[in-house]
Design a protein around this ligand. Structure first.
Ligand SMILES: Cc1cc2nc3c(=O)[nH]c(=O)nc-3n(C[C@H](O)[C@H](O)[C@H](O)COP(=O)(O)O)c2cc1C
Length: 205
């Protein structure tokens, strides 16, 4: 059966974006390896996801058969995004670091897909992810260098996304990281080459 790649882009930059360049390479190679494959693209910068509001949250915590028309309307985008996520065989998220964390555009998406009873559950035994695991790649670009430096603790992007995705059940997560794009050309060159090398490996048929 043909496979589906769900690509989610978060950089506000379209031209000159390092994270999007990694995702472009990934998508191109993946399509070569899966000629029948389908690619679904969510560009969170060019088509922003609306933020959840009080009615959305009320809808999340109200059983569907008790939904008012307002609840149904306010949770429709969440329904669509969750269905799209569950239908994907492979996930590819491209994101920059903004202010040591993820862009607000990506956080708005996350707030729509993290949903009780749909993508996680809570009971007396604790919290459980409801999203069956699938290969998930994060093409990540940061202006400074965090790996192996004294800035490590300021990199909230990787631990946050790893834990958030793991919370949903997505534990097969790999980061394809470019660092130093603002301040360290040598590190940028080295990490870019490493990331593209790894992309070639993981997308090989
Ligand atoms: C609004 C904004 C905030 C940023 N904050 C950080 C930061 O906290 N730490 C950092 O290392 N780089 C920071 N950067 C640099 C970006 O992470 C870097 O330019 C990265 O390459 C952006 O991803 P992109 O190339 O995919 O657009 C910031 C850039 C912007 C535009």
């Amino acid at each position: 059966m043909s496979q589906t790649l769900l690509r989610i882009d978060a950089s506000a930059r379209v031209a000159g974006s390092h994270s999007r360049a990694l995702a472009d390479d990934f998508q191109g190679r993946w399509q070569q390896a899966h000629p029948d494959g389908r690619v679904v693209v969510r560009d969170l910068a060019q088509q922003p996801i609306i933020q959840i509001d009080a009615t959305t949250i009320a809808g999340f915590y109200t059983a569907p058969d008790q939904h008012t028309s307002e609840h149904t309307q306010a949770t429709a985008l969440s329904d669509e995004l969750i269905a799209e996520l569950l239908a994907a065989d492979v996930l590819l998220i491209s994101t920059p670091m903004y202010n040591f964390s993820i862009p607000a555009a990506l956080k708005a998406y996350i707030d729509q897909i993290v949903r009780i009873g749909r993508t996680f559950s809570a009971d007396e035994t604790g919290l459980h992810g409801l999203v069956p695991d699938r290969p998930t790649y994060v093409a990540f670009a940061a202006g400074a260098v965090y790996h192996g430096t004294d800035l490590t603790e300021l990199n909230f992007v990787e631990p946050y996304l790893k834990n958030l995705l793991g919370f949903l059940g997505l534990t097969s997560v790999e980061f394809l990281t470019v660092e130093g794009t603002s301040v360290d050309p040598a590190a940028q060159e080295r990490t870019t080459a490493q990331a593209h090398h790894r992309i070639a490996e993981v997308t090989a048929a």
